[in-house]
Design a protein around this ligand. Structure first.
Ligand SMILES: [Zn+2]
Length: 64
């Protein structure tokens, strides 16, 4: 989920709606925006994944 805005000179910015970081600014083309968004390693998502892994590990430990 990304929020795109356009600058006065026609270039674009993109902000991640999960971590609210600006991941791209003054980008000329939407194609490049797509690439920047695709390469964003979202700390919020990484954290959520870590928590999920820990939960799964704890559940497994409780079973053994
Ligand atoms: Zn993010």
């Amino acid at each position: 989920m990304y929020s795109r805005t356009q600058n006065e000179n026609g270039s674009f910015n993109s902000r991640c709606l999960d971590c609210f970081l600006t991941i791209a600014s003054y980008i000329e083309t939407e194609r490049e925006l797509d690439e920047r968004e695709a390469h964003h390693l979202c700390p919020e998502k990484v954290l959520a994944q870590l928590l999920a892994q820990e939960k799964a590990a704890a559940a497994q430990a409780a079973r053994n």
